[in-house]
Design a protein around this ligand. Structure first.
Ligand code: SAM
Length: 290
């Protein structure tokens, strides 16, 4: 099938439909076949797979996905792109386009209605202004997906994969690694998009874990603790948690840090996900006994 993704073809499609690119919706369309093929390979899409694509744009990636997968549901926020997608993807019978904001969609309902008991993967060249909320929505809502293969800003990819003690390590690293195993698989230059973004990009694959990486008794408390610990990066873990939103008592903190074998003078950015789980479980135990 003729590919949509050459620069000439994209220009021709946009001018035929009188379409103007919206920077505020993060519209950077892929024009490189090699990268499109790499995304399909990295996502390991087979004819058994049902795919949710976020932001199909004019359909460049959607076309490659549809050729490899069983079925694609593509969710696009921009109403102006819907007639274009209907035109560019008209030869495919395994694509459904939904005109919605992915952040407002009920994912469990969507999956229940379209994909009951099927193998589901998420594949997307994400709009950079909402990358983190979109990824966290799929992870936190615990939707039954196998993996997310997404193009994101390189710095964000690094933060998702970062290890304790590095400058990129933060609450995003822990949140992503709690639910999945992240792997940056390809760095991507601005030249493969129109218009070119001002930043470098990367393709990262998040393989969803069957169980979260660590046992956490109360997830809300675990994530609140992490937010406090990284809210004041320069402080020791003792002071960061004492002066954070949870306003934890200093003596109580000293006790649970000691019990968890964590030096109170360490900084939050050096604690592993297992150590945060220990701390939050000790705290949960104390709260539940009060
Ligand atoms: N997939 C296309 C490609 O690779 O050429 C376009 C990718 S472009 C980086 C991001 C797309 O996401 C745009 O089409 C944009 O309109 C859409 N988008 C932005 N915010 C969205 C949201 N909240 N929900 C769904 N789609 C969104």
């Amino acid at each position: 099938m003729n590919k949509i993704s050459s620069p000439k073809k994209i220009k021709e499609i946009m001018s035929r439909h009188g379409f103007k690119i919206s920077k505020s919706l993060g519209q950077n369309f892929l024009i490189d076949r090699n990268i499109l093929e790499r995304i399909i390979k990295i996502a390991e899409i087979t004819k058994e797979d049902c795919i949710i694509e976020v932001g199909p744009g004019i359909g460049s990636l959607t076309q490659y996905i549809a050729e490899a997968a069983r079925f694609v549901v593509a969710v696009e926020i921009d109403k102006a792109l819907i007639p274009i997608l209907k035109d560019t993807l008209k030869d495919y019978s395994n694509i459904e386009i939904i005109n919605e904001d992915i952040l407002k969609i009920d994912l469990h309902k969507l999956i229940g209605e379209r994909f009951q008991n099927q193998k589901i993967k998420v594949v997307a060249n994400l709009p950079y202004y909402v990358t983190t909320p979109i990824i966290m929505k799929f992870l936190e809502e615990k939707v039954p997906i196998e993996s997310l293969t997404v193009m994101v800003q390189k710095e964000v990819a690094r933060r998702m994969q970062a290890e304790p003690g590095t400058k990129d390590y933060g609450s995003l690293s822990i949140a992503v690694q709690y639910y999945s195993e992240p792997n940056i698989l390809l760095n991507v230059p601005p030249s493969v998009f129109v218009p070119q973004p001002n930043v470098e990009s990367a393709i990262i694959k998040l393989e969803i874990l069957k169980e979260p990486k660590v046992y956490v008794q109360e997830e809300d408390l675990f994530f609140a603790l992490i937010r406090d610990a990284f809210g004041k990066r320069r402080k020791t873990i003792l002071n960061a948690l004492n002066t954070g939103n949870l306003k934890l008592d200093k003596n109580l903190l000293k006790e649970i840090l000691y019990e968890s074998n964590i030096d109170e003078n360490r900084r939050g950015e050096t604690l592993t996900i297992e150590e945060y789980a220990l701390l939050s479980n000790s705290l949960a135990k104390i709260y539940n006994n009060l």
